[in-house]
Unconditional design. Structure first.
Length: 215
């Protein structure tokens, strides 16, 4: 269950040629020991902020590959370097050579479902470690532009394909619902809303009164 939560978090943590727009995405995560409540993801260029109930605020820098965890109740923070992230993702995705998949792909199942007012189609993606089902809304307004912004922070060590997952650029629409199954456990992430309102750059900065905790 720990690997599933870590993989989903990375995914969470884990595309239109136009001026970039900031994104605020509210999503509901259920299963695999997740608490109740919604998760808010804010994206501005190559930076991403994730606020989830009962968890530290996570700020991802796609340019440097660094992640910062803000412990808001303690007014402290911990930096996680790109090298540490790389080591963690390699550990999560480690498998024997004879298990290595030959280029897993998104495959349509033909199943359709209306989710939060949008018609979606299911695509599956399977590896030896997990199975993922993505319910994709191909007619979501400005889907290509939204996917581009969602992909922007996920470069370098954070690139989804480095973690055994498809990139957002691989989708034909917005994946409204994602279901990941691993080792008998399951986690479901559903996008509840997406807004393009401007986000203040300070949202991605460490508060001045926070103290760093050395690891």
């Amino acid at each position: 269950m720990g690997n599933l939560a870590a993989l989903s978090s990375i995914i969470t943590f884990i595309l239109l040629i136009s001026a970039r727009a900031d994104l605020t995405i509210v999503q509901r995560v259920e299963g695999a020991g997740q608490g109740h409540g919604d998760t808010t993801v804010k994206i501005k260029g190559d930076k991403e902020r994730i606020d989830a109930l009962d968890q530290p605020t996570r700020i991802l820098d796609g340019k440097s590959g660094e992640m910062t965890n803000l412990m808001n109740d303690q007014k402290s923070f911990v930096r996680v370097s790109a090298d540490q992230i790389k080591a963690a993702t390699e550990s999560i995705n480690k498998f024997n050579d004879d298990q290595k998949p030959a280029g897993p792909k998104l495959n349509p199942t033909g199943k359709k479902e209306a989710i939060n007012g949008y018609e979606t189609e299911e695509f599956v993606y399977e590896t030896p470690q997990f199975k993922a089902s993505f319910w994709v809304a191909t007619k979501y307004p400005d889907a290509a532009g939204i996917l581009k912004e969602m992909q922007a922070p996920l470069s370098g060590v954070w690139k989804s394909s480095n973690m055994g997952m498809p990139d957002y650029t691989d989708f034909t629409g917005v994946p409204i619902k994602t279901v990941i199954s691993m080792g008998g456990n399951q986690m479901t992430t559903t996008i509840m809303s997406i807004k393009k309102d401007p986000i203040n750059a300070t949202e991605f900065e460490i508060p001045k009164d926070f103290q760093e905790l050395k690891r």
